[in-house]
Design a protein around this ligand. Structure first.
Ligand code: MTE
Length: 319
């Protein structure tokens, strides 16, 4: 698998106007590199004719800020600049390709080292755990970021309900496999299904969210509907979309990206401006919608809440 690995020759330090981006993307496509690559690499948004928020709830969401005062991104940015390799590696193409993806009915199985394994219907989870709005920064490993108003509930609520046994130390998450609806899953360059994992204490942290909605409405398919994980202090690839399986396990689980390239996409992958990606700097980022780059914050600005989870770990190391 690694022998076929080719990197995309794109520098994330660039500020890229749309026209330049489109030209470069065409060039990359023509060079035949994009299709063969397994790299997560930086691009800039392709803003197409996207419907603006229409409901009052969406309009209200667009006026909000995160706790640092940063405004939420537009609905258009959030729904038309997506990483979702089960559909395509083209960020601007996910929305159209996922338009017919069925997000309802949705079921999630919680199993493994728990006393009360159970398969839940999404609407029952919503009824039971009462989603709340959480405005989080999402920092992609590719050095771009957004501010997204999620609706969701802490994963901890669900985990407490199934009662992890004393052997449970990690949580493994799996995305749905539906190659007929997700054309990218027919591409066997990637070891589908998309899988992610957290240590149990990370999973139990109050910031760790199961998102069931966004921008005051449902969770769009391209953002991970039916239900996705959101872990705001880690690089975005840890926030796995379209989760159908949550399994409590004893050993650190394999994840899709660390299986492909372990030294680039480690298990922990906490946002850290001091530890560069092997192919680009993580010291700064481009907030989608802004031209000026901004400094990347330790733990994506959530250090006060989460740094203690990593006491004793050397923060200069890419875990
Ligand atoms: N989950 C699945 N199943 N497949 C993916 O390709 N991409 C990840 C993450 N979750 C991905 C995924 C990456 S790299 C990022 S940055 C975020 O989703 C992007 O989330 P967004 O499109 O909602 O902004």
């Amino acid at each position: 698998m690694d022998a076929n690995f080719k990197s995309i020759p794109v520098r994330s330090s660039e500020i890229t106007p749309k026209q330049v981006y489109l030209t470069r993307r065409d060039f990359i496509k023509a060079a035949g590199v994009l299709a063969g690559s397994m790299a997560l690499a930086a691009c800039a948004p392709q803003l197409t004719g996207t419907p603006e928020p229409t409901t009052a709830a969406q309009a209200a969401a667009s006026a909000k800020t995160d706790e640092l005062g940063d405004p939420v991104n537009t609905f258009d940015d959030i729904t038309h600049y997506n990483n979702y390799y089960e559909f395509t590696t083209d960020k601007g193409g996910v929305a159209a390709l996922s338009a017919k993806f069925k997000t309802s009915p949705w079921e999630v199985e919680v199993s493994g080292l728990v006393n009360k394994p159970k398969k839940y219907a999404l609407e029952d989870l919503i009824r039971q755990f009462q989603p709340e709005e959480r405005i989080y920064r999402l920092r992609c490993v590719e050095a771009w970021s957004m501010v997204i108003p999620w609706m969701g509930f802490p994963l901890a609520k669900l985990l407490k309900e199934v009662e992890p046994t004393s052997d449970a130390r990690y949580v493994r998450f799996e995305t749905v496999t539906r190659p007929d609806e997700m054309p990218g899953e027919k591409d066997n360059l990637y070891p589908w299904p998309y899988q992610e994992g957290l240590r149990l204490d990370e999973a139990m942290h109050d910031l760790t969210l199961l998102a069931t909605g966004m921008y005051g409405g449902e969770l769009p398919a391209q953002n991970g509907g039916g239900m996705r994980l959101v872990v705001p202090w880690k690089y975005g690839f840890k926030s796995i979309k379209a989760v159908i399986k949550i399994e409590l396990v004893a050993e650190q689980p394999a994840t899709m990206w660390s299986a492909i390239s372990p030294n680039e996409y480690g298990f922990y992958s906490n946002v850290n401006p001091q530890v560069d990606h092997p192919r680009w700097s993580q010291g700064s980022e481009r907030r989608i919608g802004e031209l000026q780059r901004r400094d990347t914050l330790m733990f994506n600005g959530y250090a006060d809440q989460v740094a203690s989870l990593y006491n004793g770990m050397d923060l200069r190391v890419n875990y």
